[in-house]
Design a protein around this ligand. Sequence first.
Ligand code: SF4
Length: 360
Amino acid sequence: MWRALRPDSINVLYDEKCRKSLSRYFDIIFDKKLAKFKLLKTFPAEFQDMDNAEMWKLHNNLIKEFKTYVKEVDSGNRKPDESAKSSLLDLKIELAKRILERCTFCMRACAVNRLKGETKYCGCNSNFPVSTMFDHYGEEPELIPSFTVFTIGCTMRCLHCQNWSISQWYEPGTLYELEKVARQADIARARGCRNLNMVGGDPTPYLYHWLKVSKMINENISTVWNSNSYYSYPSSQLLAEWADVYLLDFKYGNDDCAVRISDAPKYWEACTRNHLVAKEHGELIIRILVLPKHIDCCFRPIVEWIVKNLGKGVRVNVMFQYTPHWRADEVPELRRRLNSDEMELTVKIAKEVGLENFIT
Ligand code: SF4
């Protein structure tokens, strides 16, 4: 049925540019390679009795060795060792747990102890509240069908947020045991879903939970980290060599727009850094939601930066579906949808700067 609804999800399997930019992801879909979390489970890491600084040092050293390990297993020159009692994935989980006790998962660095139930900007504590989880057919063609989990809460306040009821806690969600989420992911993979798509709100407040879920998953399902890109440097390091695909928003071309519309200081710093880490440690799809009257201040500098720093071949989804939601009427230029002139100009700029692998 979904093949008839979205034939582009089949055609994309033969799209050379897409396959080149997401080659490992495509191999996981066809079980030719293992999702990174499965390999992390087999990579030994002894960290008992270490303090935080020692654990981070060990983590960063092991990540370099792990990259070599992935290449060797991918090429068939090494078999994954199933005997690791304590793994690099366990080390990531322990580091994430310590962050949860003084939360710095995102750029806000609230430093609250969420394990003890404290909350701050995002409203998330130690629970795992889910709005919905289902097979998503509205994502990029290469992701469909995508087993998508929408958690509650967000690290930003985009006044035009289309998921405002879940990002801003207008609904409480259903509390899930992590084991149950893992079983649902296993079942989704068995029925043909191409990936586990972690979204919200934003998945960042739940990075510890997602790492734990991945430890409980049995099937070979690729992980898609679907985020607003406003996460901290430590989070970017925990995601490194864990997320198979980074599906990252690139929302603004400057901090003034990011603060005025999304209450997100230092967005440019976080967003550019996290895109660079994503390119280094995984595969990348970038989403740019084009906003009315934000072509010169945002769209142009974004695509110029992408071409200069990530290359012309990176996969980019230029999105024209902006619709005023939630409190968009508080921002005068966001009270309408894009017009055809803006759409044409955006495509012209994308071609001018040299983007070769973009879809609209
Ligand atoms: S995820 Fe961000 S907003 Fe939420 S508590 Fe942690 S630092 Fe604060």
